[in-house]
Ligand binder design. Structure first.
Ligand code: NAG
Ligand code: NAG
Ligand code: NAG
Ligand code: NAG
Ligand code: NAG
Ligand code: NAG
Length: 558
């Protein structure tokens, strides 16, 4: 073999740090996983983009060019957009066949017209259905997957119990009109492969909810969508603002097709009636996790994909309850390795709740001018959860554990046994094993995690039989990883030092009320079988690299 070939050979052995393999469409389901047509797990990491309000157009077209927005979504690490629509856009000509300009003008949104004419002039005089299609096309150009989500029938801000859009038969929710709307939209995108799924209806709600009718019409809707466009994932929403799928425990849906059905559920700070401000955070988190399991999480165990299609928080970071909810939420999203959609992309609205001035969306991923991320630290924090941790076809690795820190979105990383452990990207983690006897072992080695003393760095050792190598998951949240000081019996909990290294401190907030924030000590031991390239090859890489540089120095390739 010539030196050049040798070199190429060795370079090819180097780990591919960013394996980019676009999913091959269409998508299917395989037990609880969404998979591509080759059977490989695809994780939906979506953000919702609203197009269902009174102007019946994707928000923000007056702020930035549509391709800029699509590219921004990609840059922020998302692979998917949950794109909303209102039934009347396609069933009522006086709603959907007017142009974007006419729609904005009739609402008195002259400034928005000016904005669109600067940022998206080619869209201004298309009709609203065409504008919707053009946005989907822009998302396709950026290789984003799209879930088409039917928010309501009559365009407007969603959702309230009494808005006439909450359940079949409500004032604006005509079941036949809905079915024909589903059919039109499903058919419209038969040759747009990046449109991977349709959510049949967002957040059923209100006084007319009725389980018999839910089964009847949701199954009918699912069949309509599937026969119009069999490529789509069919996504079904539960009752009570999509907080409740518990009824599926007793009775599943009956459909003519298989491997295409996904359930969706929502989860906000206010969803579980929890007192995030005053309660003990370990108990609050534990109880909302339990309630989420009962509301729909059990479906995963039963082998159904569960799309957490709305979560969100005040991105200003000033809302205490939201912040606490988010940390708990992220721990579950990591543990269950959920598919999810953030509410919401839009940094502002043309018009919301009849008000032009009320246009700043505090839950918005983007700023009011749609220019950049409102909360860059959130984007870093969610990034480990934007790619799959588990599932079919990820790698040939056996499952291992990661020690995830939901407050930062980072993982406990060991660079070398002699250096202090730190928080770092989960992709840089070692494969840990939390064993049945409470050890945290670096898989395939004799190294294990050990506590030293209060305020001291946790360390890596090889004598793993001593009590300081034994770690218990404490508190109702099970997120305090604790070991007992041998002499005094003092409980130590893993925590983050001011320099980002892993230390052990006195366990926080095991019993205190909401004045106490335990989140720095919350770690979630999660399962993964994804390739962790740097983590695994640290030892081998320097060898190969020095070998390569010698080859180069010696001029062997000439
Ligand atoms: C169609 O939309 C127009 C404008 O909003 C509305 O006045 C009309 O009632 C709608 N027609 C139907 C059949 O819903
Ligand atoms: C908005 O624009 C329309 C059409 O250009 C114009 O007729 C109308 O007077 C404008 N309204 C306001 C409030 O400027
Ligand atoms: C639900 O709808 C069915 C079918 O229309 C009806 O028989 C039943 O009484 C309704 N149940 C409730 C609780 O309203
Ligand atoms: C941890 O090690 C035990 C015993 O060797 C093994 O049975 C288990 O599958 C491992 N678990 C993980 C997550 O690596
Ligand atoms: C943990 O939860 C259990 C059951 O809900 C409760 O009885 C117990 O008081 C909680 N623990 C603490 C420390 O509050
Ligand atoms: C919470 O605990 C703090 C500190 O122990 C105490 O001062 C406060 O009164 C408690 N608040 C509630 C609502 O129990």
């Amino acid at each position: 073999m010539s030196p050049l070939l040798l070199l190429i050979f060795f370079v090819s052995l180097l780990p591919n740090t960013y394996p980019i393999s676009a999913p091959s469409f269409p998508l299917f389901t395989n037990s609880r996983w969404i998979v591509d047509s080759t059977g490989q797990r695809v994780k939906l990491a979506c953000v919702s983009w609203a197009a269902h309000l009174e102007p019946v157009a994707a928000e923000g077209l007056s702020k930035q060019p549509v391709d800029f927005v699509a590219k921004k979504v990609v840059d922020l690490g998302f692979n998917c957009v949950r794109f909303t629509w209102a039934v009347q856009m396609v069933t009522n000509a006086s709603v959907g066949s007017i142009t974007l300009r006419q729609s904005l003008l009739q609402l008195g949104l002259n400034e928005s017209v000016a904005g669109v004419s600067v940022n998206n002039p080619e869209l201004l005089d298309l009709n609203l259905v065409q504008v919707y299609q053009e946005v989907v096309a822009a998302l396709a150009r950026s290789n984003l997957m799209v879930i088409l989500d039917n928010q309501l029938s009559k365009p407007g801000w969603c959702c309230s119990r009494y808005d006439g859009n909450g359940f079949f038969g409500d004032e604006y929710f005509d079941t036949d009109e809905w079915l024909s709307g589903l059919k039109i939209i499903a058919t419209m995108f038969t040759s747009t492969p990046n449109v991977v799924g349709m959510s049949l209806r967002n957040e059923f709600r209100g006084p007319n909810q009725n389980l018999t009718l839910w089964y009847r019409y949701i199954q009918e809707g699912a069949e309509v969508v599937h026969s119009a466009n069999p490529n789509l994932l069919v996504i079904l929403s539960g009752l009570n603002f999509d907080l409740d799928l518990s009824f599926l425990l007793l009775k599943q849906t009956t459909l003519s097709f298989t491997n295409k059905l996904v359930y969706e559920i929502h989860w906000y700070e206010f969803s579980n009636g929890a007192d995030w401000e005053n309660g003990n955070q370990n108990n609050v988190c534990a109880s909302v996790v339990k309630s989420t399991l009962l509301r729909g999480g059990f479906l995963l165990e039963q082998g159904w994909p569960l799309f957490l299609s709305e979560f969100g928080f005040d991105q200003s970071g000033t809302h205490l309850a939201d912040n606490r909810y988010l940390t708990c939420f992220l721990s579950v999203t990591a543990e269950w390795d959920l598919d999810w959609a953030l509410w919401a992309l839009q940094g502002s609205y043309y018009l919301r709740d009849g008000q032009v001035a009320y246009d700043d969306e505090s839950y918005g991923l983007l700023t009011r001018d749609w220019c950049k991320a409102r909360n860059p630290s959130f984007v870093k924090r969610i990034s480990a959860l934007q790619s799959p941790l588990q599932g079919p076809g990820l790698s040939n690795k056996n499952p291992y554990n990661l020690i995830f820190h939901p407050l930062t979105g980072l993982c406990v990383v060991m660079d070398s046994p002699s250096k202090p452990l730190q928080l770092g990207p989960c992709a840089d983690s070692k494969a840990w094993n939390y064993t049945s006897d409470g050890k945290l072992v670096v898989k395939g080695t004799s190294y294990c995690l050990q506590s030293v003393n209060l305020g001291k760095n946790a360390k890596i050792g090889t004598d793993c039989s001593k009590p300081n190598s034994k770690w218990e998951l404490l508190s109702n949240s099970s997120m305090h990883i604790s070991s007992k000081l041998h002499k005094t019996g003092t409980l130590l909990c893993l925590d983050i030092g001011s320099d980002g290294t892993i230390i052990t401190n006195r366990c926080k907030c095991l019993f205190e009320n909401g004045t106490c924030s335990p989140e720095s000590q919350w770690f979630k031991i999660i399962l993964s079988n994804k390739d962790i390239t740097r983590g695994d090859s640290n030892l081998a890489l320097p060898l190969v690299a020095s070998w390569l540089s010698k080859l180069l120095l010696l001029g062997f390739w000439r």
